[in-house]
Design a protein around this ligand. Structure first.
Ligand SMILES: [Zn+2]
Length: 142
């Protein structure tokens, strides 16, 4: 008999389990017969405890965070491109322009973007003017 510490990737539970041999473990895993007793997920695997592997894990995590950051940045940039292509940039005049569109529905502007303070946004909201805040990445980051 061999005891493994198993971890469920789905609900993060760890638990001990006994197997006849390491071969039996692999067989059950291949057949998706290793099931988490908490959430019934089959994403159960042996946990790796060796110190050298722990270091590798740390590096991987760091890379993953960088990758995530890059993905978020890409998403923001694609929003920015859409906004630049479709909306008019009004810079610091955002609150003024937003009001002029709101109170003059005949004005033919699809949308605007620019800078506004939190106070501006609060006042616009109170006047029933819908604004959206989005994170902005400077182009010079490229
Ligand atoms: Zn689970």
């Amino acid at each position: 008999m061999i005891k493994y510490k198993l971890a469920c990737k789905n609900c993060k539970t760890t638990f001990d389990s006994w197997f006849a041999s390491s071969g039996e473990f692999e067989k059950l895993k291949k057949k998706s017969l290793l099931v988490c007793h908490i959430c019934n997920s089959t994403t159960v695997d042996k946990t790796l405890m060796a110190p050298s592997l722990r270091n590798n894990k740390k590096d991987t995590k760091h890379d993953l965070q960088l990758e995530k950051y890059d993905n978020v940045k890409k998403t923001i940039k694609s929003y920015q491109k859409f906004i630049k292509d479709n909306f008019k940039f009004v810079g610091e005049n955002f609150a003024y322009e937003a009001r002029s569109i709101h109170y003059n529905p005949k004005k033919k502007i699809k949308g605007i973007y620019g800078n506004a303070s939190k106070k501006d946004l609060k006042e616009l909201k109170e006047e029933g003017i819908d604004t959206k805040m989005i994170p902005w990445v400077e182009d010079k980051d490229n």
